[in-house]
Design a protein around this ligand. Structure first.
Ligand SMILES: Cc1ncc(COP(=O)(O)O)c(C=O)c1O
Length: 442
């Protein structure tokens, strides 16, 4: 057998801290569908990323809520290396242990049901859409109601489900059967239900839409409505799930104040027994290795029978082994609690900044390590190309100071850091944000 060194040639050394050379490669060869920042990354460690010039960034964006246990975690490396020696891929013609074990772990975390594995968030949602269509098919029901400002991914069904015109624009006609109503508005949802409606999908915390959490009343009201009308209630947990809020799923965190007492507005429906009918997952699930999944509640768990749904790579031995390892690290190191506490302090620090500099920070919201910073409208001292959104221009200032954050819409910055974020790192982030905010204040 060949030794490792003989099989793998050293990487070509064409780029040494030459940002322009890498950007040129992209301009010439990569479809320009992303607005990218002028940063060329090289490597990462824990909550820090390094660019090819050697500059260090505190990564409070977490690759958009993906890098749940940070960069370069040895547990992921070991899982990847060891499993890749055994079996990377098998296809779903055959069984393998880690897919079964990962499904069992997710079922244990959520409740009685089953899981399906794909490769991304939108694919997880797509699976739930198909499940809903199958559920309503014989009664001619197919319509899925989602919410204004939601984001559910970029496939044709994903953009039809998404409640943002800018995502749909240019790709009409939309896949039929999706409709949006205002978020956190139970009366609007009730009014929108038609004889063709089969399901409702919401994010527990709207992410791309600006970090807006659902209220407890809304969640419990939706559950009641779905029970009354025989509709499936789906939660898109792609961004807000996997312990980001301090609990496994955001609805558990949102409803936890009512777990003991029950909710006064919904007699008979307590937060303790609230369960959606389907949950989509991705992002933090693989800690950076692509994997998506949906969980479906037990009564509907066998609707997608053999031959009705699938994907070649879904739930591969490698993906599932890594996801199991990520889960093990999160649970062993109590990262949900860490995220809850560090997130609370980070949010409190940002709220103090909003009070001190109301002309720059308008509002701070979110739960755990999913925090949105809403900028004040028209910050006069904000430099940069006026054609770019305030969020992008503000992010550029943070980048210059060595902090990564993610724009959400035109005016909001999102913090979605690794769940391993330490208190000292959160304080470092706050100091950087304060230095930028103070410069912009009148
Ligand atoms: C709530 C939500 N759903 C779905 C998606 C789509 O996930 P993916 O990009 O992995 O397809 C995203 C991605 O940002 C998301 O935030």
């Amino acid at each position: 057998m060949l030794a490792m060194k003989e099989i793998v040639p050293p990487p070509p050394s064409m780029v040494r801290n030459d940002v322009a050379a890498v950007q040129k490669l992209f301009q010439q060869n990569v479809v320009p569908s992303y607005g990218r920042f002028d940063i060329v990354l090289s490597h990462g460690s824990g909550c820090y990323l390094y660019d090819i010039t050697g500059k260090r960034y505190l990564d409070l964006g977490g690759g958009i809520a993906v890098s749940s246990i940070g960069h370069g975690h040895p547990a992921i490396t070991e899982a990847l290396v060891e499993q890749s020696k055994r079996l990377i891929h098998s296809s779903n013609f055959y069984y393998h242990e880690s897919q079964g074990r990962l499904a069992q772990a997710l079922v244990n975390l959520i409740g009685p049901g089953k899981c399906f594995f794909g490769n991304s968030g939108v694919e997880a949602n797509e699976g739930l859409f198909k499940l809903a269509r199958k559920f309503g098919h014989d009664e001619g029901r197919f319509e899925i109601i989602t919410t204004v400002n939601s984001f559910h991914g970029r496939t044709l069904a994903g953009i039809a489900a998404t409640g943002q015109d800018k995502i749909k624009k240019g790709f009409e006609p939309m896949v039929p059967g999706f409709r949006q109503v205002p978020y956190n508005d139970i009366a609007a949802m009730q009014a929108a239900i038609s004889p063709a409606t089969v399901a409702i999908m919401i994010e527990g915390i709207q992410g791309e839409g600006g970090v807006s959490p659902a209220t407890p009343d809304y969640l419990l009201g939706l559950r009641q409505l779905c029970d009354e009308k025989n509709l499936l209630l789906f939660m898109d947990g792609v961004q807000c799930g996997h312990f980001r809020t301090g609990r496994f799923q955001s609805y558990q965190r949102i409803l936890e104040d009512f777990e003991e007492t029950g909710h006064p507005g919904s007699p008979g429906l307590s937060a303790a027994n609230f369960l959606p009918d389907g949950i989509s997952m991705a992002k933090s699930l693989g800690g950076g290795f692509p994997i998506g999944a949906f969980w479906v509640r037990a009564p509907y768990a066998n609707l997608l029978s053999a031959g009705t749904h699938g994907t070649t790579y879904g739930g591969s031995p490698l993906a599932c082994t890594v996801a199991l390892k990520v889960l093990e690290v999160i649970q062993r190191e109590k990262l949900a609690d860490n995220g809850r506490h560090v997130g609370q302090k980070l949010k409190a620090g940002l709220e103090a900044l909003a009070r001190k500099f109301p002309g720059v920070i308008h509002n701070v919201r979110g739960l755990g390590l999913m925090i949105g910073i809403e900028l004040a409208p028209n910050i006069s001292r904000l430099p940069g190309d006026a054609a770019k959104t305030q969020a992008v221009r503000f992010a550029n200032l943070l980048h210059a100071e060595g902090l990564l954050a993610i724009p959400a819409g035109a005016n909001i910055l999102r913090l979605l850091p690794p769940l391993i974020l330490r208190q000292t790192e959160a304080e470092e982030g706050l100091e950087i944000i304060e230095s930028v905010v103070a410069r912009l204040a009148d």
